[in-house]
Design a protein around this ligand. Sequence first.
Ligand code: GLY
Length: 325
Amino acid sequence: MPTTRRQFITQSLIGTAGLSLSPKILGQNTLTEKKAVEPLVISTWSHGIPANEAAMKILQDKGKAIDAVEAGVRVPEADPEATSVGYGGLPDRDGNVTLDACIMNEKGDCGSVAFLQHIKHPISVARKVMDETPHVMLSGEGALRFALEQGFKKEDLLTENAKQKWEAWKKEADYHPWIYDEHNHDTIGLLALDIQQDLSGACTTSGLAYKMHGRVGDSPIIGAGLFVDNEIGAATATGVGELVMKTLGSFLIVELMRQGMTPQKACQEAIARIAQRGDIKRMQVGYLAVNKAGEYGAYALRPGFEYALYHKGENKLYEADYLQR
Ligand code: GLY
């Protein structure tokens, strides 16, 4: 039977883009049908390895992605050796540890805290904002007050190690907001696909070391540091937050996947958008993405961006491909 041009175009689109197309475009419910799938966890940097372990344990027990992502990122938040996240994070230029975090579930619900001090697990405060309030984001004093009302403990988050580093920095107080190697990285962004084929994500950081007091980065901004659309995919960011915010990187990646790009292509395009703006000397941004089919991607502006992938029984660290050769 001859194929009409219209049928051919439709079949080609389905054939090449498949699961990446919106069910609204296809006019069918391919993506909304639930089937048990192989769970997957992907997260930024080497602190992602223990975070993935905690997240995958929940997924293997048939838990939900939203619980997995929260449990996962709580690991580096509590680790004093992780100097870019939670307890032990490097302070701002005045010696204050200030934290940003956000979380997003398969329903598109989200919660966020920005410029939060004295609470070891900002991701769990963000989860409470999502679950217990009509709002998406709380900041500063208000976020702290809410956390204390919710039973979180007020703590000193500045470790001796972080204090010594800050005091050494103060001698010159030379501020460079660049991040380009594994010793000066930031942020854990973690994405999970559970066996129900639901996606969630979490992102948490102490932000750029020695930043101006009050500075907030991309990590608590829904669409910048993290975005989840359960029909399409999820993305998260690490690196210089200002570059991610100016291009709303995670939302962009999910929208590019909606248009048919693979997670890898979408991450590459989002990095290219940053590079097109110029002004990226010595700056690093890394993106991770996963789609509904469990395909993933990772890409960075420059070498050195590592990510941890837990899939099919293996939890391993990889170095992402990058733009600037
Ligand atoms: N990406 C984290 C920050 O810029 O604060």
